[in-house]
Design a binder for this molecule. Structure first.
Ligand code: ASP
Ligand code: MG
Length: 423
């Protein structure tokens, strides 16, 4: 019996009852002979509440102080969980990210893990403890300041610890039974996936599927850590995410893994750009210098009479203001007519490695959208994904239509959402 890392999300530890329920599950794993490391999120919506509170005292809270504030959420849940385990007669110790050896760069609010030195966790385990670690936080290597990894970062903490401790598996406990073929909150007939390749999971996460964060899956791929996504409410077997199916996993490689959607992006159109070399470079260098990640890019053919073209791209809504300001400042040097900003868009993506070798997937996708009367605004593809941008209002309808068209619907309404907000 090896070491397991278990991560519990905020909805699993939303109140005292939840914490006691989770404590029992952890103790069961320990009784089964495992060494257990637990990564825990803040209780319920604590992180949102703390963020709101910060905004009430300062419109743009200082990054360092915001991190100090937000990390307190996980400290509450880790201490309570350790107490609950002790009261069940088992030894447990809680650790902040810093104490657990999670070392990051110094970018507040979205730090990256650069090293994990879990010496204290090892010692605690060797002494027979269950180790509880506060998720989503670390300490910066240079300044020794407390940092956070960005919203949802506890998953990344869990996988990073699993890698550093050479764990057998990283179990991510959440409020649904696993990874589904679509968001069960939108598609009641979504089906639970038994096994999915890391490759497909990465694309789903990049396309807006919220069940696992992209960074966390990336980490799992790099260190070859199998992830088991499952519910802390039902205890059913969930979804295994790994390079290859493991041991007893009877699976077939599906052509299509799932349909993801995302309404968190906005679209900027740069209107009237001279159609000559260097223009796209100047636009996207401006965006990059503002530290903004973009998603899709589309350039139209230029009108012969004017020699001008339009370039559209998508980016997180939260970066919209910053991008517009940066482009406005560079307007003189880049040379364009105007900017258009649209935050009423949604993105729908179909993901599956099988589309590489199965003709007709793209056609089927567009047909399903057309039958649902959904207009397509932008298209982008990778080898194993097709994405379109539509009106935000059309997204739910479009996801259901595509899900049905590709035969992904279950007979039974098996998707159960046990709690939480889906974040
Ligand atoms: N509590 C943090 C959040 O809500 C981190 C996490 O839950 O993973 O984003
Ligand atoms: Mg949370």
């Amino acid at each position: 019996m090896g070491l397991v890392v278990q991560k519990y999300g905020g909805s699993s530890v939303a109140d005292a009852e939840g914490i006691k329920r989770v404590a029992k599950r952890i103790v069961d794993a320990k009784k089964n002979g495992h060494q257990v490391v637990v990564v825990v999120s803040a209780m319920g919506d604590t992180t949102d509440e703390l963020t709101d509170l910060a905004e009430q005292v300062s419109p743009i809270p200082a990054g360092r102080e915001l991190d100090m504030l937000l990390t307190s959420g996980e400290r509450i849940s880790m201490a309570l969980l350790a107490m609950a385990i002790k009261s069940l007669g088992h030894e447990a110790q809680s650790f902040t990210g810093s104490q657990a050896g999670v070392i990051t760069d110094s970018v507040h609010n979205k730090a990256r893990i650069i090293d994990v030195t879990p010496g204290r966790i090892r010692t605690a385990l060797d002494e027979g403890n269950i180790a509880i670690v506060a998720g989503f936080q670390g300490v910066s290597q240079d300044k020794k300041d407390i940092t956070t990894l960005g919203r949802g970062g506890s998953d990344t903490t869990a996988v990073a610890l699993a890698a550093a401790l050479d764990a057998e598996v990283c179990e991510i406990y959440t409020d649904v039974d696993g990874v589904f073929t679509a968001d069960p909150r939108v598609v009641p007939k979504a089906r639970k996936i038994d096994w999915i390749s890391i490759e497909d999971m990465l694309e789903l996460a990049a396309s807006g599927s919220k069940v696992l964060l992209h960074r966390c899956v990336e980490y799992a791929r790099r260190y070859n850590i199998p992830i088991h996504v499952r519910s802390s409410f039902s205890g059913l077997r969930g979804t295994w995410v790994s390079n290859e199916p493991l041991g007893d996993q009877q699976v077939e490689h599906a052509i299509i893994s799932g349909v993801a959607h995302d309404v968190s992006e906005a679209k900027i159109t740069v209107v009237g750009v001279p159609d000559k070399p260097g223009e796209a470079a100047a636009i996207f260098r401006t965006i990059a210098n503002a530290e903004i990640n973009i998603d899709m890019v589309v350039q139209n053919v230029s009108a012969a009479s004017t020699g001008l073209t339009d370039i559209s791209f998508t980016l997180p809504k939260t970066e919209g203001r910053k991008a517009i300001d940066a482009l406005e400042r560079a307007k003189g040097t880049i040379g364009f007519d105007s900017l258009r900003y649209d935050d009423q868009i949604g993105k729908i993506s179909l993901v599956g490695a099988g589309m590489k070798t199965n003709p007709g997937v793209t056609a089927g996708f567009f047909e399903a959208l057309s039958e649902a009367n959904v207009n397509i605004e932008l298209i982008s593809t990778s080898e194993i994904r097709i994405s379109v941008v539509t009106r935000a209002d059309d997204v739910n309808e479009a996801v259901r239509a595509v899900h049905t068209a590709f035969g992904l619907d279950t007979e039974s309404d098996e998707a159960v959402v046990y709690g939480g907000t889906g974040r």
